[in-house]
Design a protein around this ligand. Structure first.
Ligand code: NAP
Length: 322
């Protein structure tokens, strides 16, 4: 917030402390122009609609309440409310590490109650939950287990009465050139990256359809749009996830449920640690890897009411990858 002073108050030292709710001023040095200064400050704050208390040389000079909240303050509040995820109940798959972990942290900071699944990283999951007591809840669950998906969502709905959001994030890679790609590698990647989102979405849709409200975000990949040698299984799963997103958006839009996908490029996580810098540096306009939080911010936006007219979309977060 910026304050302007005017009047005959060149050598007055003004100390102020202000927030959205009001401001307090201490005029500490000279009484020259104090009347003008206080009048000017008064006029300014009446315009801004903020209450302020004014002290002159430590003496309390009174408190002026605002005449009425101004329009811009109401608009700021409305914007903050739409961006906030306060007390929304959101489930994130694969939240123990990398992008999923950043999503859990971002949503919790935005006020959401976040449940997340993980497969094997018990300690990482516990530390994440402990950092956000009563707000973040871990569930050990393989994303390919449909019965477990239903049980987790039933438990959340019993506890909180609803499910506002689902983020299908859990994913793996098992790369190989096609002639060397085994059936097991194909199945594992398709099961985790594509069947997992199907199972969790199916379970989440039940409460969302009842509520007539919900937002689903699927973490796809740029590779699902462009393809990549050595990743035919992964690219097929991520392209499938995009088609799944677009189809489902059309199926449930009339029930006020939005379904979108994010297609990240190279993001700095365990999944990309083995990549040499030559593999990406010259190809990224911004010249660096993305951070998990940079995907998480887009995810929070898509889950928020600011994205209320966006569905069936794929948002690419790749720093300008060629
Ligand atoms: P990551 O660091 O390897 O983390 C993967 C997360 O998914 C972990 O929390 C892991 O749990 C969980 N997970 C894996 N298999 C699971 C299963 N069967 N059941 C339940 N949870 C499972 O990966 P990331 O880089 O953050 O990737 C997250 C998502 O973004 C994935 O869908 C990935 O395809 C996508 N993506 C990543 C990049 C990138 O550059 N990093 C780019 C594009 C898209 P545990 O810790 O318990 O194993």
């Amino acid at each position: 917030m910026i304050f302007f002073f005017w009047g005959d108050a060149d050598d007055a030292a003004v100390v102020f402390d202000a927030d959205e709710e009001g401001a307090s001023f201490t005029i500490g040095k000279s009484d020259e122009g104090f009347g003008n200064l206080a009048g000017a400050v008064n006029a300014l704050f009446e315009v801004q609609g903020l209450p302020f208390a004014c002290r002159y040389l430590g003496q309390d000079m009174g408190f002026l309440p605002p005449p009425h909240p101004p329009k811009d303050k109401l608009l700021r509040r409305k914007f903050a409310h739409m961006l906030s995820l306060q007390d929304k109940v959101i489930l994130v798959t694969g939240g123990s590490r990398g992008i999923g972990r950043a999503i859990v942290e971002t949503l919790a900071r935005a006020g959401a109650i976040v449940a997340f699944t993980y497969r094997g990283s018990v300690e990482a999951a516990q530390s994440l939950a402990q950092a956000h007591p009563e707000r973040v809840w871990p569930y050990q669950a393989d994303v390919t287990d449909g019965a477990r998906a239903e049980a987790i969502i039933d438990e959340l709905v019993k506890k909180y009465g609803r499910l506002d959001g689902l983020v299908n994030n859990a994913g793996i890679t098992q790369d190989n050139l096609l002639l060397r790609l085994t059936e097991a590698q194909w199945d594992a990647v398709l099961q985790t990256n594509l069947k997992g989102p199907f199972l969790y979405t199916k379970a989440a849709l039940k409460p969302m359809l009842r509520q007539r409200q919900g937002s689903i975000v699927n973490i796809s990949s740029i590779v699902g749009i462009t393809g990549n040698p050595g990743q035919a299984n992964y690219a097929a799963a991520k392209a499938g996830l995009i088609a799944f997103t677009k189809s489902l958006a059309k199926e449930v839009g009339s029930r006020n449920i939005r379904v979108n996908a994010i297609a990240p490029g190279f993001i700095q996580t365990d999944m990309t640690t083995h990549l040499p810098a030559e593999a990406w540096q010259s190809r990224i306009a911004l010249g660096r890897l993305g951070q998990p939080s940079e995907v998480a911010h887009v995810c929070a936006f898509l889950l928020s009411d600011l994205a209320s007219y966006i569905t069936g979309e794929v948002i690419v977060v790749d720093g300008g990858l060629q």
